[in-house]
Ligand binder design. Structure first.
Ligand SMILES: Cc1ncc(COP(=O)(O)O)c(C=O)c1O
Length: 409
């Protein structure tokens, strides 16, 4: 698709074809494409000034945004915020901050995680080998452990009988065997894995992980770059588990498509000195103005509520669809961050990447812009503004194409 224009939940290509957007420009336009308030904020700010580096100066937009994000982030009272220009920069800042604050060198990361492609964040990214091939050596000191992907439990266990052995494993087999916990600065995770396949851990997972981190004084860095900004029906995905991370990263949907990233930390942790870290364009005033509009829109238009409402509808419908389809192995998600995992057959659970590819190609031809994640998961992440009617139309088409593809196999 060659994009010509986009408005709310619909993208138009240069040939005049229209598509219902089920991916939001990869989870970036949660408030819908070109929301009038975002466009107005950008225009207004562009006429005032475009840049005056936040490395050395202040302006109200950056302060206002830092205060508003601090108020929203689920981590106790006092916080500080660092602004970069992307998700990967938000993660780089978090890694450096954890090192700086703790004076420790080691990290725990999770298989299936995606945290960006610059060399620091790439060292934590582990969702596809192509992302890392030919780029070694990466940052040393990062040990990957299995994530709680219950549909494909890496330990071949079944939830809840497993009692979350995946967390015990980190303690018993990693920290007590070869990664000295006193040298571990932080664990870096996504509250819901995005690129890894829209994978949702069970309710006890993060509370148990937090208990483990507390046992050894290890910081928790929560990557909310994809799950944040209302996508899951809460401001940040981790709120579904009720734990407080020490550092939280957000980006993507924060400024509805303009480049910005934010690293929010407990104030006592973001204690590095001036000059330890900075970025010329970080906290650009136009991006900040757009982000302020986004926060306002999510609140005023009740988009968390709509994400929950439409997400509940879609999850129920897709779960029922799973029973009618021979190749839908798993349906999972929160709010409007939903994954439909396709398999060759439900017994073997062998992933079906070719079938997933075929489904998205045919859906696109019929006017639904949907992409995959993981190996063969359809990624349902429309703008949070989507109406029941539009969502139902898109799901009708997507389900039809799944049935078509499975019949032809
Ligand atoms: C969870 C997560 N973290 C980090 C990133 C990296 O963000 P960016 O592409 O803006 O560097 C992404 C991008 O997809 C992401 O999904």
């Amino acid at each position: 698709m060659v994009v010509d224009s986009a408005k709310d939940c619909v993208v138009r290509d240069v040939d005049g074809n229209e598509y219902i957007d089920l991916n939001s420009g990869v989870a970036c336009v949660n408030v819908g494409h070109c929301h009038p308030k975002v466009v107005a904020a950008i225009k207004n700010q562009s006429e005032r000034f475009l840049h005056y580096s936040n490395t050395d100066f202040y302006y109200p937009e950056v302060i206002d945004l830092a205060e508003k994000l601090s108020a929203l982030a689920p981590m106790g009272s006092e916080k500080k915020v660092y602004f970069g220009n992307s998700g990967t920069e938000a993660i780089e800042a978090a890694i450096k901050l954890a090192k700086w604050h703790t004076r420790k060198q080691l990290f725990i990361a999770f298989t299936g995680g995606f945290h960006g492609r610059t060399l620091g964040s790439l060292s934590f990214t582990a969702s596809k080998p192509t992302q890392r091939a030919h780029f070694h050596p990466l940052m040393p000191g990062v040990t990957h452990v299995p994530y709680a992907y219950c549909y494909r439990c890496p330990f071949k266990q079944t939830y809840p009988e497993c009692s979350l052995y995946c967390v015990d494993y980190i303690d018993e087999q990693v920290l007590q065997k070869y990664v000295p916990p006193e040298d571990v600065a932080a664990m870096l995770f996504e509250s819901i894995q995005g690129e890894g396949g829209y994978v949702v851990p069970p309710p006890e997972y993060f509370p148990k992980l937090k208990k483990l981190a507390d046992k050894y004084g290890i910081l928790l860095i929560d990557d909310e770059v994809q799950a944040g900004m209302g996508r899951t029906g809460k401001w940040f995905g981790i709120e579904h588990w009720g734990i407080e991370p020490d550092i939280l990263c957000t980006s993507k949907a924060l400024a509805s498509g303009l480049p910005i990233g934010a690293t929010i930390a407990k104030a006592k942790i973001m204690d590095w000195t001036g000059g330890s870290h900075a970025s010329t364009f970080g906290g650009n005033p136009v991006a900040c103005a757009a982000a302020l509009a986004v926060l306002d829109i999510i609140k005023v238009e009740g988009l968390l509520e709509n994400a929950n409402k439409q997400g509940t509808y879609a999850l129920k419908r897709l779960t029922e669809f799973k029973e009618r389809s021979a190749i839908v192995g798993d349906v999972r998600g929160k709010g409007l961050m939903l994954g439909v995992e396709l398999v060759e057959d439900k017994e073997t659970k062998n992933p079906a990447p070719q079938k997933a590819h075929e489904v998205i190609q045919r859906s696109w031809k019929r006017g639904v812009a949907v992409i995959t994640c993981g190996v063969s998961t359809l990624r349902i992440a429309p703008p949070l503004t989507i109406s029941r009617e539009t969502l139902a139309t898109a799901l009708d088409i997507m389900e039809d194409t799944v049935l078509e593809v499975e019949k032809e196999a």
